[in-house]
Design a protein around this ligand. Sequence first.
Ligand code: HEC
Length: 145
Amino acid sequence: MAVRWRLCIAVFSVAVMTMFAAAQEQKPAVKHAAAPQTSAASGKEMFMAYCASCHGTDAKGDGPAATALKDAPADLTALAKTNGGKYPSDKVMSVLRGQANLAAHGTQEMPVWGKVFWKMSQGHEGEVQQRVGNLSHYIESLQVK
Ligand code: HEC
């Protein structure tokens, strides 16, 4: 499990870097392209901007980038189902913040989304929490029974 997470987060960094590269090609003026700005109030908007490339717009794990990955992105609509019917919001939020693996690996090598959101909000912890919380709520709303 721990290894899977590490892999997952390493993959996040690759996707983000690829997005940066693509953005730079189209707009050479933008030197330090960031992840697209979104409303922290909309979990859906953030999901479509940051997650759908791999997890799919329906969150079932079949986004366009999925075929380039060794491991299929998780079907995020089945998180509750595979967790005994209870949506694991704490786990999802700690994954997004990059805190999920600390005990297992002893380092915080790569928690990309937490850092991306941190930079995007210029270090406003409240906004980071809002983004992570609203993303998690959005994913919760997609759970299949
Ligand atoms: C570069 C592709 C990629 C992107 C972008 C991405 N993910 Fe993932 N995600 C994965 C992969 C691959 C896994 C791991 C699958 C596994 O090992 O079970 C995963 C796993 C997860 C899990 C764990 C699911 C479980 O079974 O416990 C969550 C939650 C998650 N992603 C949420 C997100 C959210 C929210 C975003 C957007 C902020 C996002 N992911 C963006 C590829 C991606």
